[in-house]
Ligand binder design. Structure first.
Ligand code: HEC
Ligand code: HEC
Ligand code: HEC
Ligand code: HEC
Length: 242
């Protein structure tokens, strides 16, 4: 490419180039909802459905339980009000709000209700196709697929940024990415809302229980707790995509 000699033109060309690249980078994988994930990963899905994450939208409904009503009052919110259509609330209680394919207030998809699979593992439209292919290849000939291909397709193996965007999103938080709307439930309201990633990620009652992987995927990136979880994992029930 020939660079324009005039500094203003050069700056303009640079700006255009930047916009083109920034545009490509922001074309992220769409969300899709947990239907397909749950059909294949039956064990994790059956465990997840019992968690607070799965029921998170219930906390926004006016008929929430007594304990939650008390929590609402403590956070200076109206316990008699329904907050399920409030854009300052719903985002952290559903999957993919504000992103392509994610939850919409005007058109609520039941597979995006609650903090679902893709809230932690990443928007899954692309990587779940690799799971299917790699699973078939492994079944047929024990062929192993590098985990790196999943990361490239948008699967998250770090988790911490995802959790923080909901749990540490408030003014004065130690997390760098804070932006409105903030969570009303901060350590100032009650110390129990302080978020400790290392401890929380080991809380199987909040994530889901862990089940044995057969080794279809291999290599980095693996979270440092991966081996620890797999050591005590139960046998998995795997279904088929529907
Ligand atoms: C999309 C937002 C969102 C993400 C992402 C998210 N959470 Fe949550 N989490 C919530 C909400 C909302 C609740 C409260 C659910 C309810 O009771 O309504 C919750 C509840 C919890 C609880 C239970 C708290 C209790 O009082 O028992 C734990 C533990 C937890 N989350 C840990 C995590 C961890 C660890 C991650 C990341 C691996 C994570 N969360 C990712 C929104 C999120
Ligand atoms: C930035 C993300 C975020 C936003 C925005 C948000 N929440 Fe939540 N909410 C959370 C998280 C995270 C928890 C879990 C806190 C915990 O238990 O540690 C939670 C928990 C709750 C709970 C349960 C509290 C308890 O002690 O059991 C209620 C009720 C609730 N939220 C209502 C609301 C309402 C109403 C709004 C809007 C005014 C709102 N939330 C906005 C992230 C958010
Ligand atoms: C709150 C965060 C969170 C949510 C929601 C979540 N997961 Fe996970 N999941 C994790 C973490 C953390 C691991 C451990 C990763 C590792 O060991 O490499 C994990 C591991 C897994 C594994 C690997 C095997 C195992 O059991 O450890 C599968 C498969 C899985 N999740 C599927 C799902 C499906 C399907 C859903 C939705 C029904 C879901 N997950 C929802 C956090 C979450
Ligand atoms: C067609 C079935 C299918 C679908 C759909 C599917 N997966 Fe998987 N997934 C698999 C198979 C097979 C494996 C490899 C399991 C093994 O090694 O035992 C896997 C592996 C995983 C793992 C572990 C990866 C690792 O670190 O080794 C996670 C986490 C996971 N899936 C989450 C999801 C989520 C979230 C979705 C939905 C967005 C999803 N899967 C959709 C079949 C599927």
């Amino acid at each position: 490419m020939k660079y324009p000699k005039h500094p203003m033109l050069f700056a303009l060309a640079a700006a255009v180039l930047f916009m083109v690249f920034a545009g490509t980078a922001s074309a992220e994988t769409p969300f899709e909802g947990r239907k397909k994930c749950s059909n294949c990963h039956k064990s994790e899905a059956d465990s997840w459905i019992k968690t607070a994450h799965a029921k998170a939208v219930d906390s926004l409904k006016a008929d929430r339980n007594k304990e939650k009503n008390a929590a609402m009052v403590k956070a200076k919110l109206d316990p008699k009000k329904d907050y399920t259509k409030d854009k300052d609330c719903i985002g952290c209680h559903v999957t993919g709000f504000g992103s392509e394919g994610g939850y919409e207030i005007s058109d609520p998809d039941k597979f995006l209700v609650g903090v679902g699979c893709e809230s932690c593992h990443g928007a899954g439209t692309d990587y779940r196709k690799i799971h299917r292919k790699a699973g078939e290849a492994f079944e047929k000939s024990k062929k192993v697929t590098p985990r790196e291909t999943l990361a490239e397709a948008g699967q998250d193996f770090e988790f911490i940024e995802k959790c923080s965007a909901c749990h540490l999103n408030y003014e004065g938080s130690p997390w760098k990415g804070v932006k409105k709307p903030y969570t009303p439930f901060t350590p100032t309201v009650d110390k129990k809302y302080a978020f400790d990633f290392e401890k929380s990620v080991r809380n199987n009652k909040a994530m889901h229980e862990h089940f044995k992987l057969s080794g279809t995927f291999e290599g980095p990136p693996t979270p440092k707790f991966h081996e620890e979880f797999q050591k005590d994992a139960k046998p998995a029930e795997i279904g088929k995509e529907e």
